[in-house]
Design a binder for this molecule. Structure first.
Ligand code: DNO
Length: 358
């Protein structure tokens, strides 16, 4: 397991590289050019700026999250070919700075969805929260305004620029069924994966968060069965998944340790975090500790360990603790605690294996 940490870039993150450097066992940053709109080719000079910054701290840039997919690709419009060409050129450039994994998602319009970014937990910390009934009765525009009202930084997936066209996007998706979305994903992957193979970069799709359709939009990356189907769309080790335990874990029917075991070899990137799902379907993000939520974090780490996982892992969202003022879900403290929990589990599994051999 290679530990990495998401960093939004200078002036765009409250966490600094020197702080990340002091978290045990972090070897690389998870990064992106957040100001390049989806569909555009990433400029090499900006990529190199990141490279210089990472080099100064001895971090690698092997994991990119995300190179976003233009809506026209998801909608299957004729203009998609131009955006797919840009995507290919970006892959080639990323290979030049040593990228090995590109995390992306194929969710129509919205990326992740929550109803509160700073909901208080029993211990006084705050965390991202999803209220099922509220979403069911909400106008999507209202949600966009709510997500963007508090944060000091643009929320990836919620860029006001992109969501300006919300009404026409919703209109366009009215014709798109889940099967259409599968076909559009296959078309995209058939074009992209040969370029990935040539450049030794693995594509790792992120599950839908939460893993069910929202606002009548189709969503397909939701379950073990559907991930199995994704991996067969283009049956190459370069077509993989970012197995996000928090996203999939919002549906208690998802058996994540079973997915880790089944999809071993096709998970270049793991997002490991906990959520607590309530009986009414609401959920809140908790500490990484297994007992604090409803996701079997110990079973997940054990499944990675047992299957000889050598991919990248990052703690995913954390709570906001110790009065930290930070990006929602992306503070320093709770994610650092998460890393130590993951290492604790991992190292004790390694020790047990060593003892058993002796
Ligand atoms: C949320 C993230 C997602 C993820 C994208 C990948 O914090 O896990 O926004 O980066 O879905 O494209």
């Amino acid at each position: 397991m290679k530990m990495v940490f998401r960093w939004y870039g200078e002036g765009n993150d409250t966490v600094t590289l020197s702080q990340i450097k002091q978290i045990p066992g972090v070897e690389g940053i998870v990064w992106a050019l957040h100001d390049v709109p989806a569909g555009e080719e990433w400029p090499m000079d900006k990529i190199l700026e990141y490279k210089n910054k990472a080099d100064a701290y001895g971090f690698h840039l092997e994991v990119v999250e995300s190179v976003n997919v233009h809506e026209d690709i998801k909608l299957g419009l004729p203009s998609r070919d131009r955006y797919i060409e840009n995507y290919k050129r970006t892959i080639e450039k990323l290979a030049k700075v040593g990228a090995k994994v590109i995390c992306y998602n194929f969710m129509p319009v919205f990326d992740w969805i929550r109803t509160d970014l700073f909901k208080e937990l029993e211990d006084g910390s705050t965390a991202l929260f999803y209220e099922k009934a509220k979403v069911a009765n909400m106008d999507p525009m209202e949600l966009v305004q709510k997500i963007n009202e508090n944060p000091n930084f643009t929320m990836p997936g919620w860029e006001p620029e992109r969501l300006k066209h919300l009404t026409s996007l919703f209109e366009a998706y009215k014709q798109v069924t889940e099967e259409d979305l599968w076909n559009h994903l296959q078309y995209f992957l058939e074009q992209i994966i040969p370029v990935c193979e040539a450049n030794d970069i693995r594509m790792a799709i992120h599950p839908d968060d939460p893993p069910w359709p929202i606002f009548g939009l189709p969503r397909i990356m939701t379950s073990q069965v559907n991930i199995r189907r994704l991996l067969k769309l283009v049956d190459s080790p370069y077509n993989g998944v970012t197995l996000c335990s928090g996203s999939l874990g919002a549906n208690p029917d998802n058996d994540i340790p079973a997915m880790v075991r089944e999809f071993a070899g096709r998970i270049p990137f793991a997002h490991i975090r906990n959520v607590r799902v309530y009986d009414n379907g609401d959920f809140i993000e908790t500490s990484h500790r297994a007992q604090d939520g409803t996701v079997d974090i110990c079973g997940i780490v054990k499944a990675y360990y047992d299957t000889g996982f050598t991919g990248y892992a990052r703690p995913d969202h954390g709570r906001h603790i110790w009065d930290e003022q930070c990006r929602a879900g992306y503070g320093l403290y709770d994610r650092a605690l998460g890393i130590m929990y993951l290492w604790g589990l991992w190292d004790s599994l390694a020790n047990l294996a060593k003892e058993a051999k002796a």
